[in-house]
Structure formats: structure tokens, C-alpha cells
Design a protein around this ligand. Sequence first.
Ligand code: FRU
Length: 502
Amino acid sequence: LSEEVLYRPNFHFTPMTGWMNDPNGMFFYNGNYHLYFQHYPDGNKWGPMHWGHATSIDMVTWKEQPIALYPDEMGYIFSGSAVVDIDNTSGFGMDGKVPVVAMFTYHNMEIEKAEGIDVESQAIAYSLDEGITWTKYEGNPVIKNPGIRDFRDPKVLWDNLHKKWIMILAAQDRTKIYGSKDLKKWEELSDFGGNLDKAVGAHGGVWECPDLFTLPIEGTDEVKWVQLVSINPGGPNGGSATQYFIGDFDGKTFTMDKDFEKELKENHNFWIDFGKDNYAGVTFSNISSAKGGKFLMGWMSNWQYANVVPTETWRSAMTVSREIKLIKSANSYRLAFSPIEELNAYKEVKFKEEKIEVSGELEIISSEQLDLTQAQIKFNISEVKDKSLSFKLSNSLGDELLFGFDPKDNNFYVDRRKSGKVNFENRYASKISTATRISSNPSLNGTILLDKTSIELFYDDGEMVMTEIFFPNAPFERLSLVSKNEIYILDYIEVNQLNFND
Ligand code: FRU
């Protein structure tokens, strides 16, 4: 089978050709969702960064568009964001056309080669045709490098409470917040996270790709501020991952919520995803909704091995878009993620059963279209006791991917050690990825998304997510349940086929 047939995802965005990493500049306007992405169109490894572009009408299926931003003499175009400047605060609008303004990092390779510090600075570009073509601002950079080597990934938001533009970026071991009235002149407002002995959060690697936004606490009108910070390395299962902080923002400074801070210091398990393959995720801008309207998409890979995964034509895919909710938990707050609702429009029930008794290996479904699956499961923890609940994806060549829950250690896991091609990088499959369960609810639910080369697991109403990629030698065509010791009962399983062709 060609790599196109074997590995090109069915419903996860990939560029037709070339390298891709972080999602950038996502926004919604006039019925269209826009996704830009770190892109090297002329090679399948990381290289001179462009912003590729894709559009969608439902955040599920994407159509690639011409490249939006090319590198120039000021540098590569690193990660950043885009906002719709409805009131034309920037003055870029013309003839009633609403400007979309992108803010990105220039990464200057000349300075890097000369081992200079001021490699990275922030710049803007605007579009008067809803994000298709872009003009770089002649006044760039709008924020010069202040003497910090890693100084990048600006995420702009409109702060409706304080009526100004706010921007958050990553500066080595911390984030910095800036404010602006016109998206051109920026004033530095505050720092968060760094400062050696007072450092908060995980610092296993450099901080990257932050985001800052509000969410109502589920079921209330009370609003909290959420900060996302990606780190590389230092993720819970190695390599790159994204942590989060819950707090408040007074128009100047982000302060962690007291209860949240206490819990974070006791046990930092605030990760948007505990699997190895969801990095640099940020939210779409300009989606307004009383219920929150925050949707995240991440890069479905890991810097440990992203450059050597076994595809040639393109490299890497994005996660599905995920809706974010803020839940009040027993001790503080948690984010919960679910695949966006629009995905349900493509769903057709294939298999549905309650109270399945499992002993040994039980085939749930065998299908050539397993790589187009959304499934839901529910079981009672006491039912599995010291046995583990294991799902197995397998093919005719003996490749297998195992995932499930181990009540003995209270861990979720994904085991891709025998999932096909695994030897391209030693950290890719040397360990089973695990995540300690947070919820203590005896009933455990999960949503599973399967594509040709990825699994996305949303457990406990999405407060525990695991996303991992895999490269089988032949398509996985069998999903089974495996019980090693005794019999256990799965309360519910529903397997749905996703249809994208009609
Ligand atoms: C994160 C990142 C960003 C940077 C971009 C470069 O994956 O390192 O910090 O802007 O990738 O491609």
C-alpha cells in the first residue's frame, strides 16, 4: 500500500506536501474557519517556516489554501495568531473591508548563526480579503527583542472587560503579557511563571505557544481566565506537551486562583493532554458564544520524533478541533475537552451493546473502515477491580495497539510498542504512556476517535485526554476487548462509523 493509502489521515488535517508543525492564527469569520500552520512546503523536515493555510465550514473537514505568509529577509515566520479587527482599531481597513490582523514571530537565522541573542521579534500582517492574501506591515517589527533568546509565539485576544487588545507570548521560562489599542503599539504589562525560586508550573523545557482566554465555569455565569503554556521537553510522558493554569486577569496581570495554585503545587497534573502527541495547541479567535465558544486544535506530534515519523510526502497532522469547558472540581478547577459537536453530523451507528461480558479476547468489530471510527464506552470501576480493561487494535500482520485502564495503578494507558513501525526514534515507543486517573467517580466513560495513524481518547467527560499517533504496517481492522484474568463486564459500547463522502 502507498503511504497515501496507508497513512494519510481520513479526518485530521495534513498538508498535501511538506512539513507541518504548530497550528497558527486560527479564527472564524463570515462562515469560515481558518487554520494557518507552521509549514515548510519544500521539504519533509522542519525548515524555513511559512504559514500554510486551510479553511473549513465546520471545523471538521479542511481544504488547503495557498500559502499565506512567506519567510523574508527579516526571518522565518514562526508561530502566532490572528484576530478579526471589526472596529478597524488598526486602521488597516479600507473601503469598508474588515481587516484580519496576524501577529507572528520573525526568527532571524543570520542572527542565530552569529549566536546573537536578538533572534526573535514580533511582527504583524493584515488581510483585507478574509485571510487569503496578506500584507506585512511596513513598521515591523512591532516588538523588538528585549535581550531574551527565546521570545516568541504571540497570541492576541480582545479583552472585552478592559476594552483593549491583549497579547501573551513565551519568553524562555515565563509568559509575558502586553496590551495595545491598535495592534501596532504594544506596552509590556506583566510576567507569569518564571523567576527561578518562585517559578510555577512545569519547567522541564522552554515555554512556547501560550494562550489566554476566558471561560465561564460550567453551569454558572462566573468567568475565569485560562492560560495555556506548551513546554518542550518536560511533558508527562516525555517530550512536548501543554499545561494549563486557571486564574484571574485584571487587565494587567494574570494571577492564579488560590485553590488552583494549591492543587498545582501539591500535584501538577494540569495538562490538556496526557498522550505524547498533542502540542502547541491554541484556540480559535472571534467565535462568540455565551457558553464559552473556545475551541482548540493542536499539532499531533512530538518534537522527540516529529522529523522522522515514517511518512515522506507530508509530515504530521493536527488533532481534531476540541471544545473546552471549565469545570469546578472538588478542590479547584479543571479543563474538560470534547471533540467538537460538528463531528456527530458524520456519524452512523455500527454497533451498540450493553453489558458485554469479557473473558479472554472478544472481538467487538472487524471493519475495513475502523480508521473512521468514533466510539463511546462506559464501565464501572468496581467491575474491573484488579483486572485491567484493555482494548486492542490489530491487523493481519500482528501489529497491535493497546489502550485502556489499569485499576491496580489507577492509570490510563496507551501501549504502541508493537503498533507497527516503531524504530525510527528510540523514545517513540520505548515506554507505555500512562496517566493517573483524576476522577474518583466509580463510573468511567470514554470517547474514542480512530483514524489511520491516530487515536484520541477522552475519558471522564474529557478531563483526561490521551492522544497518540501510530504507523501500522497494514491498516488496523479489528477492535477487541481483552481480559487477562477473570471475567469483567463492560456496561456500554457504541461504535460509530464516520462518513465524509456524501
Ligand atoms: C513550537 C515552536 C514554536 C515556534 C515554532 C517554530 O513547536 O517551537 O515555539 O514558533 O515551533 O516552527
